[in-house]
Design a binder for this molecule. Structure first.
Ligand code: ADP
Ligand code: ZN
Ligand code: ZN
Length: 728
């Protein structure tokens, strides 16, 4: 065995390039790639990860590693491969990518949370005798004994009626460490696999076949809300466990509620680790260790769970695969959790399962061209029916009431009926609309770019309308281009709070809850609001995007969408898709149990083809229309986009940098990739940072990667490969 004399490490702390260190004699046979170490840097010790072993180094007088922090590599081979792939594909420094794989809990060496279970250490008869004799003088001890007498599986400290110390001393009870369990203190009623309907079993059979081959395979389940996708996931996970492998289940951040977790726990109990950033570092360390040593075979989490050290991964599920929260846009690396899932499955020779009622165009297209196997679930699994959807023309409503109102008469009538029947309503306010949108108040005309299929955005500073994809701009016209009215072009935008106030004015005594970014700032408030509504503490839940996802409220029979077309006004090639997904999803909240559901869509564009397709919940038709558009205008899935953003506290500097990179790329790129012009970002200033950006269109990211990687090392810019937003 040869010994390793030098290693390259990346520091946890932000430094762009790996550093070399010498390895002291006694560790030369121990060091491995992926090992956590401590190294001297200037006058302090820094934590780092070994990324390469070297026989030689051309840097003289290297310092030595100070300490080995782990006895083995923190990352398995497949995860290393994934990290390198990510660094390359997303043109991100490896050290930034490592941050995803080495979570803060590990970086800070947080100890796993220890838990103890308490058990009776007596026979039943002995216990009964002691309870009787303690009852008078030591009632608390008697209570505790009695409690444990009825808990043969033991109880965690938090559930004990009183302090266990005295009884422990007497050795009448004992405690056992339970460091390895993720089980919360809640009790779960076990559930059993349901007998699948025909669509479900056909789908599961295909998945099972893939799982057995132990080769990479990708499946897309396109199933209407309530069609029983989750039941298929559960049974596919069971098959995975039976094959001795583990499963990773990704859900959108917002759906990671106790309701979701319970559903999985009640089937698989303690084999599950839960992963999300709201958990404490200790809890995350526990989860990480459980997965690493193979005690947990299932991990459920939001996007970052895809980096968990699950062993022998056989199945990766991405529920609601179209959901934008899988994309990390704020920080480098700007990765997409779903795409990482597909790549990880590829590396691990696993099966990946993407599920959605409204698949992303990219995924559905991949199914069409044979990259993914498509299964459709077209009917609801229970007796629940697809809700009835109606479209209300708000322009007529405005005309009748002579001005603005949040509520049309049909919606008010429907609301009253629900109040009388004791049923619940969701009122959904689509806030995705850009607030400075230009719209004619007389004919609702929205001004669009003549060169792109996008609405123009009003720029207040320059007082002009501009397209954010091609930089076309024009002055605000004095007359509406459609109806020729004068001074009718207006800016739009209204909030949930206003809706709530208006509703109380219309229906005195109505009980409301509001769920939006303002009311859910606190850590658990989202879940708290949700529980209150489920417990029928309110008749109406008013909210934004947040209420659209994943919740199951059995007594909701009415969903009102107040401004169904708002998303159409964002100048982004994905706005139609996002609107379709959103409306289908909100509609899916209604009539989930025996009670039939109704959906009312209020809009100024009642004849908009997209809204009609959304109302009919006709994904197929929508997909065909939208795909044709994407093909025509060359957008994903027919190409890849890369967004490069430069920010600086000085607008000139941000713009200059962006222009410089743009020019540099223009020179280095031959034909093929297309560079769109440098523009201010849709949010041109965030937190005192001015932002300028441009988009590159290309057929293959591979052709761009090395060029982009160069950029990251010397220039201060953010590279977003496959951005979810091109505007903001
Ligand atoms: P989705 O994930 O597609 O929204 P779910 O898996 O949540 O759908 O299923 C909707 C409801 O139907 C759930 O209450 C679920 O328990 C039930 N269900 C699913 N599959 C079956 C089945 N094969 N037989 C009976 N009930 C089912
Ligand atoms: Zn007009
Ligand atoms: Zn344009």
């Amino acid at each position: 065995m040869s010994s390793t004399l030098f290693v390259s490490v990346v520091l946890d702390q932000n430094l762009k390039k790996p550093l070399d260190y010498a390895v002291p004699e006694q560790w030369q046979r121990l060091v491995q790639v992926g090992m956590r170490v401590e190294v001297p840097l200037r006058s302090s010790l820094q934590k780092a990860t070994i990324v390469a072993l070297k026989e030689t180094s051309n840097i003289p007088h290297l310092k030595e590693i100070a300490r080995l922090l782990s006895a083995e590599s923190a990352l398995s081979d497949p995860l290393w491969k994934l990290a390198h792939w990510m660094a390359h594909y997303y043109a991100a420094p490896l050290q930034r990518v490592m941050k995803c794989f080495i979570p803060p809990s590990l970086r800070k060496e947080v100890r796993p949370k220890k838990e103890f279970l308490f058990f009776l250490a007596l026979t039943k008869d002995e216990a009964i005798t002691h309870i009787a004799s303690l009852r008078e003088k030591r009632p608390k001890q008697a209570d505790l004994l009695e409690q444990l007498l009825h808990a043969p599986k033991g109880l965690p400290a938090a559930q004990l009626n009183s302090s266990p110390e005295a009884l422990l001393k007497k050795k009448w009870i004992r405690r056992e460490e339970k460091a390895s369990s993720e089980l919360s203190n809640e009790e779960f009623f076990p559930t059993y696999p349901k007998k699948l309907n025909e669509e479900q079993s056909t789908c599961l059979e295909k998945i099972t076949a893939s799982l057995r081959t132990e080769q990479f395979a990708a499946h897309l389940i396109q199933g209407v809300t309530g069609s029983g996708k989750t039941e298929v996931y559960l049974q596919a996970i069971q098959t995975t466990l039976d094959l001795g492998k583990s499963a990773i289940m990704l859900v959108p951040e917002i759906s990671l509620t106790s309701q979701t977790i319970e559903r999985f726990r009640s089937r698989f109990q303690e084999k599950i680790a839960i992963w999300h950033h709201r958990r404490s570092l200790g809890e995350r360390t526990t989860a990480w260790n459980l997965l690493k040593n193979g005690q947990a075979q299932i991990v459920i989490g939001a996007r970052s769970a895809i980096f968990c050290p699950a062993q022998k991964v056989g199945l990766i599920i991405v529920d609601e695969e179209h959901d934008a929260s899988y994309k990390q846009s704020e920080e480098i690396p700007c990765y997409h959790g779903r795409d990482i899932a597909v790549m990880r499955a590829h590396i691990e020779r696993a099966t990946v399962l993407l599920g959605s009622a409204t698949p992303s165009l990219e995924s559905r297209y991949n199914a069409d061209i044979g990259k993914y196997t498509l299964s459709k679930l077209n009917s609801r699994a229970t007796s629940a029916t697809i809700p009835k959807v109606s479209i209300i023309d708000m322009k007529q409503v405005y005309d009748r009431v002579g001005g603005f109102t949040h509520f049309s008469d049909p919606l008010i009538d429907a609301l009253k009926l629900r109040l009388e029947a004791g049923e619940q309503t969701l009122l959904f306010l689509n806030r995705r609309g850009y607030h400075r949108l230009q719209m004619c108040s007389a004919c609702r005309y929205i001004i669009k770019c003549p060169h792109c299929d996008l609405s123009l955005t009003f720029h207040k500073n320059s007082h002009e309308l501009r397209c954010h994809l091609c930089d076309f701009s024009q002055n605000v016209p004095p007359l509406c281009p459609q109806c020729q009215s004068r001074e009718t072009l207006q800016f739009k935008g209204f909030g949930t709070e206003h809706v709530e106030r208006s509703l109380h004015a219309l229906l005195p005594g109505v009980r409301t809850l509001r769920m939006d970014r303002d009311t859910t700032r606190q850590k658990e408030s989202h879940e708290e609001l949700y529980k209150q509504f489920r417990a029928h503490k309110a008749d109406v839940l008013i909210g934004t995007q947040m209420i659209a996802k994943g919740f199951h409220f059995p007594s909701v029979t009415l969903v009102g969408v107040l401004n169904a077309d708002a998303a159409l006004h964002i100048p982004d090639f994905r706005s139609a898709e996002q609107l379709f997904q959103l409306i289908t999803q909100v509609a899916g909240r209604s009539g989930r149990s025996e009670l039939p559901g109704e959906v009312i869509l209020q809009t100024f564009l009642p004849d908009h083809p997209l809204l009609k397709l959304a109302a009919a919940q006709d994904y197929e038709a929508f997909y065909q229309v939208e795909l044709a558009e994407r093909r025509l205008f060359q957008y994903p899935p027919f190409c890849h986009l890369v967004k490069i953003t430069c920010s600086s506290p000085h607008p000139d500097k941000a713009q200059e940098e962006a222009l410089q990179i743009h020019a540099q790329l223009q020179k280095q790129l031959s034909e093929g990739p297309l560079l769109l012009p440098v523009l201010p970002a849709g949010h041109p200033k965030i937190k005192d940072q001015y932002r300028f950006q441009f988009i590159i269109k290309c057929l293959k990211i591979k052709d761009l990667s090395s060029l982009l990687e160069q950029l990251t090392t010397d220039l201060n810019c953010k590279i977003d490969v496959d951005p979810i937003n091109t505007f903001f």
